[in-house]
Design a protein around this ligand. Sequence first.
Ligand SMILES: *Cc1c(COP(=O)(O)O)cnc(C)c1O
Length: 397
Amino acid sequence: MEHQRDTYLDYAATTPVDPRVVDAMLPYLSDVWGNPNSLYRRGREAYTALEEARERFARVIGAEQPGEVIFTAGGTEADNMALLGIPTRARPDGGHIIVSAFEHHAVLEPAHELEKRGYEVTYVKPRPEGYIDPDDVRAAMRDDTVLVSVMHANNEIGTLQPIAEIAAIAHERGAYVHTDAAQTLGKVPFDVTALGVDAATFSGHKIYAPKGIGALYLKRRTPMAPLIRGGGQESKRRSGTQNVAGAAALATAAEMVVADLDTEAPRLAALRDCLVEGVTSTLENTVVSATHPERLPNIAHLIIKGVEGEAMLLQLDARGIAVSTGSACSSGSLEPSHVLLSIGCPPELAHGSIRLSVGRYTTAEDVEYFLDAFSPIVNRLRDMSPVYAKMFGSHAG
Ligand SMILES: *Cc1c(COP(=O)(O)O)cnc(C)c1O
């Protein structure tokens, strides 16, 4: 067996739960177990904890009122609520929606569903550099456009989108604006009011809270039909007895990532730059997938020409290294990533993509270990690859 070092470079797929977040949850998994909707003491205790978490989370994201935060079972649910709920309440008889073509599937699939329900959807293509040009959104706007949804940062290629400009354009024409911010809280300065959006998606497990908790920010007076109906919790916007421990975890995790932002963002950016530099300087025919300079500090996305992403992933896994190719949800399928195709990357190159994402527990030793392991793996795969030989000759040539 080759030397192994457990090396996690997939923080954009999920993060471990921070032990301090576990501590913040524990009271609600033991003593404080009441139903927050019950009126007796035990219920009121849970209610107080839930509302305190809501206030803290609202403050972190810059919401004006705690009631603008709706706890959900994750980012996917929040995206579905916004995409399906806002148009159907604001324009029940149909209308036009704009989304970017490189959204997460949690936005794209509800958009397809809206088409089946009679809405028209424009999928705005990103520029090859990896960003949505506000002028392209302006050109797509119509009088009946009811919702514009563009993600704050792309979860594969890591590029940031000009949301404030897009929101201003959409609002001029009377449309509502949603942004999927699952990747950005704690990575870049974040404030829903400064962005000017009406709705925003958050996911706990991208910020060191557990899977299965998230939130939708919904600016007051934004119409939204509920996706989940029942007992009327969350002011009738999301029924179901609330996940009090999850809410406490989300608020604590959000406070922690934002408090650490000023020190953590440059540290992560330096690790990311080492990864990019290390790969592109030692391996020829490797490039950064999207060149837009506005980007998350923690994601490096690279095209390794002539090599299958899956093959790299498995060889790295054998060395104890976890990375992504395409995106986690579509791995296992042989379809190249819709994100890479949307920025004009040819399918044969998209197949050779790799996403490296760093986080709170990544060290310089992790980066060094990865770089030591990676070149030999790529060279070996290229030596065996008829495609690579045809495209470039031998890996050395
Ligand atoms: C992870 C992620 C989601 C989905 O969030 P879950 O909590 O896993 O449902 C949605 N959008 C983006 C951009 C993500 O990164």
